[in-house]
Design a binder for this molecule. Structure first.
Ligand code: PLP
Length: 451
């Protein structure tokens, strides 16, 4: 198609041909696409020239902000030199090797092996496959049951979507599978002892112990969790929660898979949320901030003891891989993104602006519609309620998520509006203090319009 498309025809072609992720097909036909045309820094421009500030870093991924020329150069340079190299069998490319070495030097100690994927879903899917492979390799083939958290999100692969515990991802897909179990989430705002951190932590540990006892420890393979539950509505557990769960997994003789697809790469302050709690999981999955969304890539880290066991037990090829595992262009992009995080001051800026984020989050707590405010680093959410005292939830028929999404867009702002009246924030770590103020002035305006 070579002719110039008018804005109108773009929207018609989208409606007629493009299937959108996580959208009702008819609902999208009626709504029409918001077609984005360009971006710079924190700002997006659509095909009509409307400029909006992006407080969600695309989809919690563009941590370094839009328009980073050095990343464009790194990608173009790699495309010219070697646009593709398989990672299959015994082939590799320099960027993939360098990235593996740099990343494993930065991940928690004991995670010295990485498998590259195209994103987060297949990183989780890969971890599940390797966990199954591991237990077969050590002669414990009955250990195949997985436990995850309610409100958790682990992607859209056929296995990850079952570990996910959001109804949208199960409905009509015959999920979760029988071997996928869920326990209550550490959701302080809606926990009966939410003010008591120790009680919230203890309740997840107790729920995990009870579920393992119910299934049988000899049958449970792993516990899988996000350090902060993103797509479930940015549910922030108390500090110490992840460490307590790590200790519980070890005690119970099950593996721990920590899904850092959102929390990784500076989103919560340190490079990884595991780092803050001194946790080394058996598997760790990442994506999003790895390339800051400039190219698709995910990374699944495998603990040394798992790697050594599979290496010794499986002399035949381990049949897991994708054509684009360790894609050299994505790897070159990731290397430059990593450089920007550290030498480019992006992580440091995230910590600095994170302080302003916290101030503005605290200031909005007194708004009559705001029931809860929760955040860590540059990741957070506010939860709207009908009544602060009773924590009343808005009726689903109100479609408040959709309404808020339209209102914020009309006010020149992109945030993530969840169906349960939760507004999520994940601005680029390059956001300035002034831009943070613009974001929150627009949030305030939207909430006032809703009153
Ligand atoms: N895991 C978590 C925690 C996520 O938030 C996501 C995506 O939002 C995924 C996995 C899936 O990643 P992707 O969409 O790159 O497949």
């Amino acid at each position: 198609m070579t002719e110039t498309l008018t804005n109108r025809s773009l929207i018609e072609l989208d409606r007629d041909h493009l299937i959108h992720p996580v959208a009702s097909f008819r609902g999208h036909e009626a709504h029409g696409a918001r077609v984005l045309a360009s971006a710079d820094g924190m700002w997006l421009t659509d095909i009509d020239g409307k400029r909006v500030i992006d407080a969600f870093a695309g989809l919690w991924c563009v941590n370094v902000g839009y328009g980073q020329e050095s990343i464009v150069e790194a990608a173009a340079d790699q495309m010219r030199r070697l646009p593709y190299a398989t990672g299959y069998f015994h082939f590799a490319s320099e960027p993939a090797i360098r990235l593996a070495a740099e990343l494993t030097a930065l991940t928690p100690e004991g995670l010295d092996h990485v498998f590259f994927t195209l994103g987060g879903s297949d990183a989780v899917d890969s971890a599940v496959r390797y966990i199954i492979h591991y237990f077969n390799a050590i002669g414990k083939p009955e250990k195949k049951e997985f436990i995850a958290l309610e409100w958790g999100y682990h992607g859209s692969s056929s296995t990850g979507a079952g570990l996910t515990a959001l109804g949208n991802f199960h409905r009509g897909f015959d999920l979760p599978y029988k071997w996928q179990h869920h326990i209550p989430s550490p959701y302080p705002y809606r926990h009966p002892q939410g003010d008591d951190d120790a009680a919230v932590i203890a309740s997840t540990v107790a729920a995990l112990e009870a579920k393992v006892a119910e299934i049988g420890a000899d049958k449970v393979a792993a516990f899988c969790c996000e350090p902060i539950q993103g797509s479930g509505g940015v549910i922030v557990p108390p500090k110490g929660w992840l460490k307590a769960l790590r200790e519980a997994c070890t005690r119970l003789g099950i593996l721990m898979l920590v899904d850092e697809v959102i929390t990784g790469f500076g989103r919560t302050g340190p490079l990884f949320a595991c780092e803050e709690e001194g946790v080394t999981p058996d598997f760790m999955t990442t994506a999003k901030g790895l390339t800051s969304g400039y190219a698709p890539m995910g990374a699944m880290f495998m603990a040394n003891h798992i790697y050594e066991t599979i290496a010794d037990a499986s002399p035949l090829p381990v049949g897991h891989g994708m054509t684009y595992s360790g894609h050299p262009v994505s790897a070159a992009v990731a290397l430059e993104v990593l450089r920007l995080y550290r030498e480019g001051g992006v992580l440091a800026n995230g910590v600095k602006t994170g302080a302003r984020f916290a101030e503005r989050m605290e200031a909005i707590r007194s708004h009559p519609l705001v029931g809860d405010v929760r955040y860590r680093g540059m990741l957070g959410a506010i939860e709207l309620v009908t009544d602060k005292a009773t924590k009343g939830m808005f009726p689903a028929e109100l479609n408040l998520g959709d309404r808020l999404s339209q209102m914020t867009w009309d006010n020149g702002l992109i945030v993530r509006c969840f169906a349960n009246a939760v507004i999520g924030f994940a601005p680029a770590l390059t956001c300035t203090v002034e831009e943070m103020d613009i974001i929150f002035d627009r949030v305030q305006l939207t909430l006032d319009q809703l009153l």
